[in-house]
Design a protein around this ligand. Sequence first.
Ligand code: COA
Length: 296
Amino acid sequence: MSSSPSSGWRVGRGSVCYPVMSEDTGSSLFRPDLLAGRVALITGGGTGIGAGITRVLARHGADVVLASRRREHLEPMASEVAQLGRDALVCQLDVRDRDACDAVVAQALDRFGHIDLLINNAAGNFLVRAAELSEKGWRAVVDIVLTGTFNMSQAVYPALRDSGGASIINITTTYVGSGAPFMAHSGAAKAGVLNLTRTLAVEWGGDGIRVNAVAPGLVEETEGARRLAESIGIVDAYRKQVPLGRLVTIDDVAATVLFLVSDAASQITGVEITVDGGESLGGGFKGISDALDGIP
Ligand code: COA
């Protein structure tokens, strides 16, 4: 894949062109000051999808609170945010620990005085047969993904209520709508997050808090892609099932988050937007298509 930084378009597989975030302004579609004066708290904001979301929110004017288990993952992102002219607070946090969530919120309010956006992105996953999944492994993933999302949402709720126009984005996944073979822990937890998204959208709508989910397919250049696809050599097979012809990028996911937290989505709450190039719709369409092509 090649890129053309000046044009803002990238050439993908089969010469498909698609828009990308410009390096300095963030996006050609949204004003650079879209989120000026806003503070966003991003769990797992130092790496992968979380880093991409942090970058795009900061490029559009938000100050950020970066919270994750490994401080060393957060410091480089904080420097990048500073270079963009925005302020970043780095907090070590395990979202499974409710008291620690409260402490992060207190630090953030101390530093910024308000929190307007919460991105529940922290997650854990690994491939394992359900019959072989240990209780500890089940608990680790369900507690990070589902309980962690609840913990953080509940901890930030009073601040979001005071924000007057707040938004929560939960990162889910495409396999909540199907089964999640070899990811029973993650599938069950993410399905719970989707239901929680809808519940909180209703309960907190009157407080001016919108709650939405973004469901990526396989996102290239992430830990998830490494663990769930590259490690077992199925990336190309997966890519072939994507009707739009390429894997999702971190920028694709971040752009959808940006849209959902923006005023362009001010009447959208309780929805899940899938970002997967149509992959989850096809039911193995490429295999069928290839077979049909082989029939004279
Ligand atoms: N295969 C099978 N079981 C595994 C496993 C694997 N690859 N990785 C972890 N487990 C199970 C083990 O049973 C372990 O218990 P054990 O120590 O008795 O063997 C249990 O999970 C807990 O693992 P541990 O590493 O102690 O928990 P943790 O809280 O530190 O880590 C995980 C959480 C398990 C989710 C870990 O993989 C992680 O930190 N991942 C973060 C990044 C990530 O997953 N990103 C991808 C998101 S799509």
